[in-house]
Design a protein around this ligand. Sequence first.
Ligand code: GDP
Ligand code: MG
Length: 240
Amino acid sequence: MAETLVILPTYNEIESLASVIGRIRQSVPLADVLIVDDSSPDGTGELAEKLAAEDPGLSVLHRTAKEGLGRAYLAGFDFALEQDYLYVVEIDADGSHDPAELPAMIELARAGADLVIGSRWVPGGSVRNWPWLRQAISRLGNSYARAALRSDIRDITSGFRVFKAEALRSLHLSAVSSQGYCFQVELAWRLERNGGVVVESPIIFVERAAGRSKMHLGIVIEALVRVTIWGIAPPRRARR
Ligand SMILES: Nc1nc2c(ncn2[C@@H]2O[C@H](COP(=O)(O)OP(=O)(O)O)[C@@H](O)[C@H]2O)c(=O)[nH]1
Ligand SMILES: [Mg+2]
């Protein structure tokens, strides 16, 4: 069985999906891939099924409603932990994250990191074609989260990651409450606070060439409110 499961959450990514899967297959040919689609109206789920029919290492999880990135990943993690994979990868389906960076990231997890974050905001990391507003939100959001949560992580919202499955298991995932991109903050911060080893590996993030971002104001507000509350009154640490 494969050691690594790559999870791709999708919502209306019909234009990007096949090429991203192809790039993942090329970069980490031994990994299995799981697409978690929230009943995309554009037919992404049907395309995923077609691709899976030709590729035994590719599976598809269809969810009935769009419930946010956090819920989609939790469903993917349940699958990964049930199947006993050792490493679990998070990657966007819009081509922003380069799968060619995965072997080095997985190597860092193998060498001991509980979580490897593909980071835009460490030396060597960068973004391409990102509108200034998105850059500003990401930079300000990360600075605020670092200060409020007293975290050392520079790109705590990044959605390009490798988790050791064991570390995910220690996290009491059923208690994770964030729905949107704040989910990424919650997971990384929980791990860091539990004494997990979090390593950032520089990446070049390239803005999507097709389709639309699912980012919206509600996602920013959720993160702002939750981070502020956690910062003021941190939840009790989970026992490992
Ligand atoms: N399954 C699922 N995927 C989502 C949802 N929201 C975003 N995604 C996926 O998460 C990834 C990142 O979203 P994107 O819109 O590119 O966010 P941005 O890069 O921050 O602008 C993409 O692969 C999206 O298709 C959701 O509610 N459900
Ligand atoms: Mg994107």
